[in-house]
Design a protein around this ligand. Structure first.
Ligand SMILES: *Cc1c(COP(=O)(O)O)cnc(C)c1O
Length: 832
């Protein structure tokens, strides 16, 4: 880090000159290192240690094995000065670290045996780890998968983000309703982080700008900020899988610079003295829930600027060689903007180059346009981030000036190309009117060398529907990189049974070359293999059953078809559609129209958090729980339908639920889900998908084949056509008796002790608004679910389809995504 760098230690002792060595990778070596950590780092004896002590000591020990490589890689990346990626993301949904790091370092067996030798149950220690939930959902998990792949593929890179003191809230249910608890993940200490307060960066805010003109008439602008905070880096190891590489994730924590104003304190105003500290430290206090209300939006802009300014300064000050010529930056770095959250990095980079490094504007802009690339993650126009000009100007006055100038010059170019087409100019302006705001997606598109969507369909719609003028103006700028997930976490760690079976069939190597799963196609035709595959699925259900009993007191029937919908709660994802299917099945039984004994036994598992300010999403959670408690307790159902909703869906739970699933619910309205990554995790673990033609579902279906995928619902063009014609949900309600009975049952108060008012808002939203066309897709969904039931009746055929899903979805490894980023956007070859 910087302090060490600026004054390198002039060592002469031979030990200091030798490279650091890892402890011996034997059980004895591991035990010795573990006990040393327990004694010297935790200050306890084994006999008097608490589980947390033992977990911490185990984590430290794993760190010790990775340390030599980490130090080497940091030195090598600085030495080589090869082109690398700075991945800028406001979210990293990492999941637990212990098992991942053991696996990467090939230490799983040694550590397990070493713990046995110490009389310790390593599983108990695993349970100690609180996962760092520094993200909301798919976008943050994608960032975590990408840094894993970058390390595994030896691509020089740093992940930059925010070390939130409180990550995504912990969800509990009280009377079926979501209650949020703070996620105090740091309470017992985090063994995986390395704070470096001495390397803090000063981050400025507010104030005003001043212009001065020198004798040659050259104008310079100085930003005179009003206040600042310190950004303290916390480093995390990102070990590659079995390749001896360890990359870095650097998360920033906000700390007050004059934490303790002695003058104020001495005058007796203790509260005022700590107020400044609290104000500054709020910046990295909590992760923002998506879809939250505008309150506190200013804090969110502070967070965004805080982390990108710190990251850019860190890169320029500490990652470049001392004599680096900034003109060569495009050959040295690409900053990948994960959604619009880090886009304020663009004017910040310009400010640093022009105001601080004295570069000409045009030269700086040419460099900037080569050093940034932007990933768009949405199609919902309302989800494209905008910042009111007055807020931005107050918080970052110099950046607003820079944005104005970028926009002015950009619009001049637009005029040159298209003439004075005022409508087009207004549509393309980075600044929108009423209220005057900065469109961050437009700024990113103008500044980025490339703009990518996250699945084929999404990228196409992005070009055609969201940014068509930009696509016309910048031919070749738009591209696609379909998302992926890391097979290390989501197959190897989450599904050791399946991983073992694959290795038995195909040999090792598939973990870093997932297309090799194709080799399983032949095994799908082998009855013996199908039996073993089905046994693995069953064993995974048993594991999940144990987890849910322990965690939530649930009983899981392992003979049921396990039907799973886990993802953030959002109307566009259409948990309501899933619920209408369940209510339809239930209504059929209790009305006597369907024999309970003729129903395919199914357990429905939901996992979903609702943004705390999203009232409709919270009502839907309440309704799921309400339906669950009625259905589960109704003797007429004869236990053939079960609805389980374990609270607090997170990466740790995903790793247990997904490998056990038979059916994956991916039922968003076509054109609304950018990609989805949950869909990929399920297919790779052998669940069959019931899904719409949306996001990456399209590519999953193309790969696995129509026979191995349950497709339903309108296509995106059909959705558009229905909107154009005028969508009236009540007409669908009238036209389908099953739908009518399901909605009427909810409206009747059957799931709310006869109180019709409780779920009235949900019902009327469906009947009179239904923005996401649940009712329009209902009949097609129900018909397809009947096909699911029929297909599940032939277990052997189902297993065959399940194997083919695994065999044909190797494409969705995040290694492939990263290869696509390298080929299409980054041009950062791996280092050997
Ligand atoms: C993969 C994942 C997601 C994303 O799921 P989608 O179905 O793609 O929305 C969200 N949360 C967690 C914990 C995940 O692991």
């Amino acid at each position: 880090m910087s302090a060490q760098e600026s004054t390198p230690a002039a060592a002469s002792h031979p030990l200091a000159l030798a490279p650091v060595a890892a402890p011996p990778a034997s059980v004895d070596g591991f035990v010795r290192e573990f006990l040393r950590n327990l004694n010297f780092e935790r200050g306890v004896a084994l006999s008097s240690s608490a589980p947390n002590d033992r977990y911490m000591a185990l984590a430290y020990t794993v760190r010790d094995y990775l340390m030599a490589r980490w130090l080497e890689d940091q030195a090598r990346q600085r030495e080589l000065q090869a082109k690398g990626v700075c991945y800028l993301s406001a979210e990293y949904l990492l999941g637990r670290q212990l098992d991942n790091n053991l696996l990467a370092a090939r230490l799983t067996e040694v550590a397990t045996e070493a713990m046995v030798a110490c009389g310790i149950d390593i599983d108990e220690l695993r349970q100690q780890e609180v996962e760092p939930g520094l993200g909301n959902g798919g976008l943050g998990r994608l960032a975590a998968c990408f840094i894993d792949s970058l390390a595994t593929m030896s691509v020089p890179s740093i992940g930059y983000g925010i070390r939130y003191e409180y990550g995504i809230f912990r969800q509990t249910f009280v009377d079926g309703q979501q209650v949020e608890q703070p996620d105090a993940w740091l309470t017992l200490g985090s063994p995986w982080e390395f704070p470096h307060p001495e390397a803090a960066q000063k981050i400025f805010f507010g104030g005003h700008t001043e212009k001065t003109t020198d004798e040659q008439g050259v104008e310079t602008t100085t930003w005179v900020p009003g206040w600042h905070v310190l950004a303290v880096p916390y480093n995390y190891m990102v070990p590659g899988y079995h390749n001896g590489r360890v990359n870095t994730l650097r998360l920033w924590r906000a700390v007050a610079s004059n934490a303790f104003d002695l003058r104020i304190f001495n005058s007796g105003d203790y509260e005022e003295a700590v107020r400044a500290q609290t104000f500054a430290e709020n910046i990295s206090k909590v992760l923002y829930p998506e879809d939250s209300t505008p309150q506190g939006k200013e804090l969110r802009l502070q967070q965004q600027y805080f982390f990108v300014a710190a990251s850019i300064a860190d890169f320029l000050d500490h990652q470049l060689s001392a004599d680096f010529d900034l003109e060569n930056l495009p050959e040295r770095v690409i900053f990948q903007l994960n959604d619009t959250h880090p886009v304020i990095a663009v004017p910040e980079f310009m400010r640093v180059l022009v105001d601080e490094r004295g570069m000409e504007w045009d030269a700086a802009w040419a460099i900037t346009q080569k050093c940034f690339a932007y990933t768009c993650h949405t199609l919902l126009p309302e989800a494209l981030e905008v910042w009111p000009v007055d807020l931005l100007g107050r918080l970052l006055p110099r950046h607003l000036e820079i944005i104005y100038r970028i926009n002015e010059e950009f619009l001049l170019e637009v005029r040159e190309r298209f003439g004075d087409d005022e409508l087009r100019i207004r549509n393309m302006s980075i600044i929108s009117e009423n209220p005057r705001s900065v469109r961050m997606a437009y700024l990113a598109t103008v500044a980025g060398a490339k703009v990518n969507g996250v699945a084929e369909l999404h990228s196409q719609l992005l070009r055609e529907k969201v940014l068509p003028d930009f696509d016309e103006f910048y031919p070749g700028k738009f591209t696609n990189v379909t998302n992926g997930v890391t097979p290390r976490r989501f197959v190897r760690l989450a599904n050791p049974g399946l991983a073992g079976l694959i290795t038995e069939a195909l040999g090792a190597g598939w973990t870093v070359d997932l297309e090799r799963l194709r080799g399983l196609e032949a095994f799908a035709e082998d009855p013996e293999f199908r039996v073993k595959f089905a046994e693995v699925k069953r064993a995974n259900k048993r594991i999940l059953s144990d987890v849910l009993r322990e965690r939530d007191g649930f009983v899981l029937n392992e003979d049921h078809l396990l039907d799973v919908m886990v993802k953030r709660l959002h109307e566009y994802k259409r948990q309501m559609l899933k619920l209408l299917h369940i209510v339809t099945e239930y209504e059929g039984i209790v009305s006597g129209r369907v024999e309970a004994s003729s129903v395919q036994p199914r357990t429905f598992i939901f996992g979903a958090k609702a943004a705390p300010g999203y009232a409709m999403a919270k009502r839907i959670i309440h309704l799921i729980n309400a339906v669950g408690s009625v259905v589960n307790d109704d003797p007429r159902v004869e236990g053939r339908l079960k609805v389980l909703f374990p609270p607090n869906y997170n990466v740790t739970l995903a790793e247990r639920v997904i490998p056990a699933a038979d059916l994956s619910e991916q039922i968003s309205l076509a054109g609304k889900e950018a990609s989805g990554t949950g869909n990929m995790k399920f297919a790779l673990n052998g669940a069959l998908t019931i899904g719409t033609d949306d996001g990456a579902n399209v590519e999953i279906r193309e790969l696995v084949g129509d026979d191995n995928f349950f497709l339903f619902g309108m296509t995106e063009p059909e959705v558009e056509a229905l909107w154009a014609k005028g969508y009236k949900p009540a007409e669908f309600y009238q036209a389908d008796s099953g739908l009518r009975r399901a909605i009427d049952l909810i409206a009747s108060g059957a799931f709310s002790d006869g109180d019709r008012s409780v779920f009235e808002p949900v019902v009327s939203n469906l009947l009179y608004d239904d923005r996401f066309m649940v009712l329009a897709d209902y009949s097609s969904y129900i018909a397809e679910q009947a096909k699911v039931d029929a297909a599940y009746g032939d277990q052997d055929a189902w297993t065959r389809a399940s194997i083919l899903n695994v065999a044909r979805t190797g494409f969705f490894s995040s290694d492939r995504s990263i290869r696509d980023y390298i080929d299409r956007i980054w041009h950062t070859p791996p280092i050997l």
